[in-house]
Design a protein around this ligand. Structure first.
Ligand code: PEP
Length: 249
C-alpha cells in the first residue's frame, strides 16, 4: 500500500491570525482519517505560528518553496535548515507558478530537491503541461522531460523519499480538472518513467494530483490506481472543503 497524502498549498494567502484560525478549524473538524497523511503549506511568515499549533497533531507542516543554497548572500531566500527550525517536514518544489513567474528550471528544481533530501525534508516535486502542450499532444514529452530533469542523479533510496505532484497547468486555479482517466494516464506514465530508474521506488512513490481538486471531484480522482493523493490549492483554504477532500481519500 502506498502512502496517501492530501496536501494544502495555501499560496500567498493568510496572515498569521488567519492561518491560526484555519488550522484551529481543521483540528476541531474531522480532518483526521486513518491511512491519510494530511499536510498544510502556509506562507513562510506563518510557518512558525503554524508549527506551534500543529505540534503533536496529525497535521504535518510544509513550505511552498526553499532556496537551492544552504546559506549566505541570497536576499529574500529561505533555506532548508530555516524551514526545519520552524517545524516544516515537506517542501513544495517546482510549482508551476514558480516556473511561470520566477523562471524556475528543472535544473534549479533538481538542485533544490537534492538539498531537501540532504536536509531531511520531503520534497513534493511538481510537474505538469500547459494547455497548448496538451492540445498539441506533447503531454508525455513535457512531463517526461520534467521528471528526468528534476529527478536527475538521484538513487532509488532517495527517490523512495520523494513525492511527485502532477499538476496540469491548465487545471490550476481555473476550475477545469483533468478527468480521472486523463490524470491516471499521466500518473501511470510518471510511475513508469521513475521505474526506469528504480522499480521499487516507483512502486512506493506517492504521486499526487493537483488542479482544481474539490470535494465533488476528489473521490473520482483518488479512486484511480496511480493517484495517491491530492495537492489542493483553492479548496484547501476553507476548512470544510479541505476536510471533505481528506475524507474522500
Ligand atoms: C495548486 O496551486 O497547487 C493547485 C492545485 O491549485 P488549485 O487547487 O486551486 O487548482
Amino acid at each position: 500500500m502506498r502512502e496517501i497524502i492530501i496536501a494544502g498549498n495555501w499560496k500567498m494567502n493568510g496572515t498569521v491570525a488567519e492561518t491560526e484560525k484555519l488550522l484551529k478549524e481543521l483540528l476541531a473538524g474531522k480532518s483526521k482519517k486513518r491511512g491519510v497523511t494530511v499536510v498544510v503549506c502556509p506562507s513562510f511568515t506563518s510557518l512558525h505560528a503554524a508549527h506551534k499549533i500543529l505540534k503533536g497533531s496529525h497535521i504535518a507542516l510544509g513550505a511552498q518553496d526553499m532556496s537551492a543554497h544552504q546559506k549566505g548572500a541570497f536576499t529574500s531566500e529561505v533555506s532548508a535548515s530555516m524551514l526545519l527550525t520552524v517545524g516544516a517536514r515537506y517542501v513544495i518544489l517546482g510549482h508551476s507558478e514558480k516556473r511561470q513567474y520566477h523562471a524556475e528550471t528543472d535544473e534549479l528544481v533538481n538542485a533544490k530537491t537534492r538539498l531537501a533530501f540532504a536536509s531531511g525534508l520531503t520534497p513534493i516535486v511538481c510537474v505538469g503541461e500547459t494547455l497548448d502542450q496538451r492540445e498539441s499532444g506533447q503531454t508525455n514529452d513535457v512531463v517526461g522531460t520534467q521528471i528526468n530533469g528534476t529527478l536527475a542523479g538521484f538513487t532509488g533510496e532517495q527517490l523512495e523519499k520523494a513525492v511527485i505532484a502532477y499538476e496540469p497547468v491548465w487545471a490550476i486555479g481555473t476550475g477545469k480538472t483533468a478527468t480521472p482517466e486523463m490524470a491516471q494516464e499521466v500518473h501511470k506514465f510518471i510511475r513508469d518513467r521513475v521505474g526506469q530508474v528504480d522499480r521499487e521506488a516507483a512502486h512506493s512513490l506517492p504521486i499526487l494530483y493537483g488542479g482544481s481538486v474539490k470535494a465533488d471531484n476528489a473521490e473520482g480522482l483518488l479512486k484511480q490506481p496511480d493517484i495517491d493523493g491530492a495537492l489542493v490549492g483553492g479548496a484547501s483554504l476553507k476548512a470544510d472543503d479541505f476536510i471533505a477532500i481528506i475524507n474522500a481519500a
